[in-house]
Design a protein around this ligand. Structure first.
Ligand code: AMP
Ligand code: GLY
Length: 450
């Protein structure tokens, strides 16, 4: 089997690494990939990012399965384009990806289907937005409607901060991808207090396979200080998601979301990631949906996964209508049994996770998140072991070495019997890795240690 992973971050390196372990795998291609995927013997980088180019390349190279890492290509409709060409792919359609690509869509969807989320209002008129903020007071949360690479949310502690965020997000120079045909909008919502967790499920219509839980650390500095980033580290499982909370999330968030998407004519396939806020009383709200796996959560999660990931993804990519399978996918060589199973392809899949904790520490470049510097040489990296793995994100290969080429450079992951032990194992490796201007947090997992 030949698999194509689209993306270039730490998440994609981890996905490709796990897929490559399947005995069924010949090669995992990563487009465009990074310095880590360039160096792995079972992986090969493909220097393409454009959706049409990727489709032609996948056809020409007889790719059996494509897995999409980031939100960008999903919101550009890569899944629709691949499926129309008869290619098997894991991810949501462009319509379904709106759950992430438009906050206004996803908030309105949650309201329609009574999925618990913070109270909100949407504005395109700055004056009305300012008046609303004055009425409600701080703290208050201002979100740009559209993909903003993790920088579109301001949790304003003061009114001044909230007003500045509105002006910035509605101005033409805000770096936000406005949903197609739309105008710039902001979503203003009530501040929720509690502990966050990442809850991901792999979906196929109404069937949902929950993955291990995890917790991300979004702020740059220790003790959750400093600016928001794409994520400075994560661990799995997240103890805050107790079995009771898990059941509640499946019942009150995941099931109605899948049903709502089906009813609205956008059956959901691929990864659905609910960002949760869990209050001290055990109430759960959805902060946001992502329609992909989390980065950096995926990195420690993949280190814990024992199942054959390729087989799981293969099942998840089964065509939606079993009776049409063979006509529409003649090149896949699917046997009769595959067709039979594809009505509820995920129902028979069971995921096995290492019972130990996995923890990943992100090592970021100088100036991250606002002005990351590229081109710093990375001195030698420790060799991987059964319990540790260094996933690459913003790196590129230069002769026999790696240099930084992005904001988040590496995610150093380790297993351990407890969060403390996993953290200790990960930081032992972090301390062996050096590049100029490097930044990392020293307290990944701190909430679980108290
Ligand atoms: P989002 O991209 O919507 O998940 O927001 C990014 C981060 O902002 C979240 O991970 C939270 O830390 C914070 N956040 C978002 N919405 C709220 C809210 N309603 N109340 C408190 N914090 C929030
Ligand atoms: N780690 C947060 C995200 O992937 O959106």
């Amino acid at each position: 089997m030949k698999v194509l992973v689209i993306g270039s971050g730490g998440r994609e390196h981890a996905l490709a690494w796990k897929i490559a372990q399947s005995p069924k795998l010949q090669c995992v291609y990563v487009a465009p990939g990074n310095g880590g995927t360039a160096s792995d013997s079972k992986m090969q980088n493909v220097p393409l990012s454009n959706v049409q180019d990727l489709k032609h390349w996948a056809i020409d190279n007889a790719i059996d399965l494509t897995v999409v890492g980031p939100e960008g290509p999903l919101s550009e409709g890569v899944v629709d384009v691949f499926r129309d060409a008869g290619l098997r792919i894991v991810g949501p359609t462009q319509a379904a990806a709106q759950l992430e690509s438009s906050k206004a869509f996803s908030k309105a969807f949650m309201k329609r289907h009574r999925i618990p989320t913070a109270e909100f209002e949407t504005f395109s008129d700055a004056a009305l937005a300012h008046a609303h903020v004055d009425r409600v007071g701080a703290p208050i949360v201002v979100k740009a409607d559209g993909l903003a690479a993790g920088k579109g949310v301001v949790v304003a502690q003061s009114l001044e901060e909230a007003h500045a965020a509105i002006d910035h997000m509605l101005s033409p120079d805000a770096n936000v991808v406005v949903p197609t045909g739309g105008e710039a909008r902001v979503v203003i919502e009530t501040f929720l207090d509690g502990e966050e967790a990442s809850f991901m499920v792999l979906c196929h219509g109404l069937s949902a396979l929950p993955l291990a839980t995890s917790q991300d650390h979004k702020r740059l500095l220790d003790a959750d200080q400093g600016p928001n980033t794409g994520g400075m580290g994560a661990y799995s499982p997240a103890g805050v998601v107790t079995p009771a909370i898990h059941a509640k999330v499946m019942r009150e968030i995941i099931a109605p979301t899948l049903k709502g998407m089906m009813v609205e004519g956008m059956p959901f396939t691929g990864f659905l990631y609910a960002g949760l806020m869990i209050s001290p009383k055990g109430e759960v709200h959805t902060l946001e949906f992502n329609t992909r796996m989390g980065d950096p959560e995926t990195q420690p999660m993949m280190l814990r996964l024992k199942s054959d990931w390729f087989e799981v993804l293969w099942a998840a990519s089964a065509p939606a209508h079993a009776p049409h399978t063979l006509e529409h996918f003649p090149t896949l060589g699917m046997g009769h049994s595959d067709v039979m199973q594809s009505a509820h392809p995920l129902d028979d899949v069971e995921l096995v996770w290492d019972r130990r904790v996995s923890l990943g520490v992100v090592m970021a470049s100088h100036g991250y998140p606002h002005t990351p510097r590229y081109g710093d040489a990375i001195a030698t990296l420790p060799a991987p072991s059964d319990t540790t793995q260094v996933f690459h994100a913003g790196t590129r290969r230069e002769d026999e070495h790696w240099v930084t080429s992005g904001g988040r450079v590496l995610c150093v992951c380790a297993l351990g019997e407890s969060v403390q032990k996993a953290a200790q194992n990960a930081y032992e490796l972090v301390d062996q890795i050096h590049f100029e201007g490097e930044q990392h947090r020293r307290d990944i997992g701190w909430r679980a240690k108290h």
